[in-house]
Design a protein around this ligand. Structure first.
Ligand code: ATP
Length: 339
């Protein structure tokens, strides 16, 4: 028997997390069932979200969802929502008709990652370095993937409030002597180096190429996975340095976010890349850079940092919200469409 949640979303609920590269979906039959998770879909394989959902999900189950909550990589504004790093435009009104839904909520994908942090336990994360979570304190999430997603999670009045934003686009600058050698070779975006120019898949290649050019070498590795694979295997000097610098730059930006949100509840690294380079992030560079924040180094040393290892963390955040929306302060104004 379908039941209404306090947010008015009616079960069965389709939950989805659409990144620049991959889309992940699951069905939640009721407030108690575990989500039924479907295989990951590359976004480039389908022309639209309706086609992806119909072919890969709805044709493969007898359950007809009545509502949907979807997290997308990009700001949610208006009735046409383009994904920042992928070709799909999400049109919730089209989803209602094409998929026979009654209710659709669209939120930012890092808002979903923030919801996940409040719902996953020790088994879904691995700590890097010292520090302990201060219960009910604010948290920050950073996720290098196709882009760099950033969000905060603030606790007030017994409610977790995700704070989505475009923090991946902050300016970053050189600091060490080696940074100054590399910076002239980094590819800027419209004249500047934003965090996302360094801390995402193409950012890894950007750093790697700059490392090679700074030594007057030809870069022979072309994609991020090749760079991190060679770095982890210790088989290419430029790749090793690129991943070491990536860890340092990620540590610096993570430390900045910790200070901005006073994230005594922890800083969490989500997204596909953090999991894949976990052994590199456990080396000293990441944590040293995170703590190297005079005059606040003592504070930063107490803040724990984690890699989120849960394979579908954003979906687990969306499932937690769907089950008990009153635990979370998710604003749905302008982001909810009904028949
Ligand atoms: N082994 C690897 N090492 C480094 N980068 C990788 C590796 N495998 C894939 N990538 C890069 O990770 C990015 C995809 O990240 P992720 O798996 O988090 O996808 P996503 O959820 O679609 O991303 P986003 O939500 O940021 O749009 C791509 O840029 C890809 O080239």
């Amino acid at each position: 028997m379908p039941t209404d949640t306090e947010s008015g979303l009616t079960f069965p609920i389709l939950i989805g997390d659409i990144g620049g590269t991959n889309a992940r979906f699951a069905l939640l039959l009721d407030a108690f069932a575990e989500p039924k998770i479907f295989p990951i879909i590359p976004t480039t394989s389908y022309a639209s979200i309706e086609e992806a959902l119909q072919t890969s999900i709805l044709d493969k189950t007898s359950v007809q969802p009545r509502s949907a909550i979807i997290a997308v990589a990009g700001p949610v504004q208006g009735d046409d929502i383009p994904l920042t790093n992928a070709g799909w435009i999400i049109r919730p009104k089209d989803m209602l008709t094409a998929l026979s839904l009654e209710d659709v909520i669209i939120i930012n994908d890092f808002e979903a990652q923030a919801l996940a942090i409040a719902s996953i336990g020790d088994e879904g994360r691995e700590q890097i370095g010292p520090g302990a979570i201060l219960e009910s304190a604010s948290c920050a999430v950073l996720g290098p993937g196709t882009g760099l997603g950033v969000a905060g999670l603030v606790h007030a009045q017994h409610t977790w409030f995700p704070v989505p934003g475009e923090g991946g686009h902050i300016d970053v600058g050189p600091r060490t002597e080696r940074d100054y050698q590399i910076w002239p070779f980094l590819e800027p975006i419209e004249g500047r180096i934003s965090a996302e120019q360094l801390l995402c898949g193409r950012g890894i290649v950007n750093i790697y190429r700059a490392v090679c050019f700074s030594k007057a070498q030809d870069p022979h590795l072309a994609d991020p996975a090749a760079v991190t694979t060679h770095a982890l295997a210790g088989s290419d000097a430029a790749a090793i340095e690129a991943v070491s610098l990536f860890s340092t730059y990620l540590g610096r930006v993570a430390g900045d976010m910790a200070m901005i949100f006073m994230a005594r509840g922890g800083v969490f690294l989500a997204g596909g890349i953090s999991q894949k380079i976990l052994p590199a992030l456990k080396k000293p560079e990441f944590r040293q850079a995170f703590e190297d924040k005079a005059p606040h180094s003592a504070l930063l040393k107490t803040i724990p940092t984690f890699v989120v290892t849960h394979p579908t963390a954003a979906l687990s955040g969306l499932a937690a919200y769907s089950r008990t929306p009153s635990r979370f302060g998710v604003a749905t104004e302008g982001r909810r469409w009904r028949t």
